[in-house]
Unconditional design. Structure first.
Lengths: 372, 94
């Protein structure tokens, strides 16, 4: 008999303010059916949520989306979050943004800006994003540094841009980024739909990781270079979100409280809504958050695995997407009886490695265009 | 890599906010998407990393505040802590 886990303290609130976005990236973490969720929380709802999050112990706030700039009340929200003491990270595509609005956001209390970049080359970047925004992003990153705000340049890596590590580091240095996140695609939601076109080969991953390592050393203390290897290429799963509903909590545009970006894809769960309950009540009692918190839900081989406190059984969304059972061992684990689902995807990537970047034969499934 | 010695004058980077965490009643340094929980000794050093005094002076002050504490050992602790801040990019080096 396992004792009920004590309620952990959340440190980070991911506030997905909207699913609206001018970009259409084929690895978007928003739900496939995002257009069905148009009932966005009001300014007052979000302001209350920020206060309740701080009371629960949250210190970091990510204002994200979709594109958070699509919210006309973003300045108000940033100001409220700062007022209750949160560290305000703005996670943005930089589009649509003017220098005046960025100055207003800095005045309101944004502490740090993370800008997404799709490639070091404008033509490829715009093709990946499904939107001609690369040049604007470079300008936005310059503004961020001119306003003396810390800047993270974030690049989601996949087959088409994984060979650009040196160029991406050079770009990040040129714009004066404080952090560079080279984050390999996680194959969930849109990225899972586009997996055949996005998944790199093992050789490509190893080459990119080898290129990133010396930059990381060279730039230590000046620019933080993160290279996040994708779980598809390891033997053990990632410690997804540091455990389900443990350190992170996320509120999606329509007010449901989830443990991570992809969790609404687990259709066997019903997530509770901040419009009908307090954040505290949801964090402590929501059946969906309790479902995979701690270890009581684990099946074999996780249940008796000596790594279960390190990787928490991996990613529940991936388990659900690839096996239909969110309580299954993450198929990224070599001990999973479903590991073949990952290996088959690798075989497809190896077979398709000659197509793509060089020949312009990529065929992404883009998310639909919505008015920003 | 910048060497941290007794003469170095540390100042926390603008992006790093030293904050008393009211939940744990401990100081933390929060910075982009990360946080660092400080023990009491580290917090005492961090509070003095404001660009107004050198590592050596910080060690002097801490030794004076804790009577009988060996100054040289404290200076080593300050150097270790400030070097960690340097490696995390949390020092203002301008």
């Amino acid at each position: 008999m396992t004792a009920a886990p004590t309620t952990p303290r959340p440190y980070t609130l991911i506030a997905e303010l909207t699913y609206r976005c001018p970009l259409r990236c084929p690895y978007c973490s928003n739900p496939i059916d995002y257009q069905a969720h148009k009932n966005e929380l009001s300014t007052e709802d979000w302001c209350r949520v920020f206060g309740e999050a701080e009371e629960l112990g949250v210190v970091q706030l990510h204002l994200t989306g979709g594109e958070p700039l699509a919210r006309k009340d973003l300045e108000l929200l940033a100001a409220r979050a700062r007022e209750v003491g949160l560290y305000v990270n703005l996670v943005t595509s930089g589009i649509p943004l003017t220098r005046e609005r960025l100055e207003g956001l800095a005045r309101a209390g944004v502490d740090h800006v993370q800008v997404s970049v799709q490639s070091s080359r404008a033509s490829l970047a715009d093709e990946i994003a499904g939107y001609p925004g690369h040049t604007k992003k470079l300008e936005v990153m310059r503004w961020v540094k001119e306003l003396d705000l810390p800047l993270t340049m974030n690049v989601v890596l996949h087959r088409a841009n994984l060979d650009e590590v040196d160029e991406l580091v050079a770009l990040a240095e040129a714009v004066g980024a404080d952090r560079l996140e080279l984050a390999n695609t996680q194959y969930l939601n849109w990225a899972l739909s586009n997996r055949d076109v996005l998944l790199p080969t093992r050789e490509q991953i190893e080459r990119a990781a080898d290129k990133a390592a010396p930059h990381r050393e060279r730039l230590r203390g000046k620019m933080d270079v993160l290279f996040v290897k994708p779980d598809y290429f390891g033997d053990t799963p990632k410690a997804c979100m540091d455990g389900w509903a443990r350190r992170f909590l996320q509120v999606v545009p329509d007010g449901r409280v989830v443990p991570c970006h992809a969790a609404t894809s687990i259709t066997s769960l019903v997530f509770d809504d901040v419009r009908t309950q307090s954040l505290k009540q949801i964090w402590e009692t929501s059946p969906a958050l309790l479902a995979y918190r701690g270890e009581a839900w684990m099946q074999e081989p996780c249940r008796s695995c000596d790594k279960r406190a390190l990787d928490f059984g991996g990613c529940r969304c991936q388990a659900f997407a690839l096996t239909g059972d969110a309580a299954a061992t993450d198929p990224a684990c070599h001990l999973s009886s479903n590991r073949a689902a990952i290996d088959a995807a690798h075989a497809g990537a190896e077979a398709g490695a000659d197509t793509g970047a060089a020949t312009g034969t990529r065929r992404y499934l883009y998310r639909g265009r919505t008015a920003p | 890599m910048l060497v941290i010695d007794a003469a170095f004058v540390p100042r926390l980077a603008k992006k790093a906010r030293l904050k008393l965490d009211r939940h744990a009643n401990k100081y933390m340094i929060i910075y982009p998407e990360r946080g660092l929980e400080l023990n009491d000794a580290a917090a005492a050093i961090a509070k003095k990393c404001d660009g107004s005094r050198s590592v050596g002076v910080i060690a002097e002050e801490l030794a004076a505040e804790h009577e009988g504490a060996p100054r040289n050992a404290i200076e080593q602790d300050v150097i270790t802590f400030v070097s960690m801040l340097r490696d995390k990019g949390l020092l203002d080096l301008r």
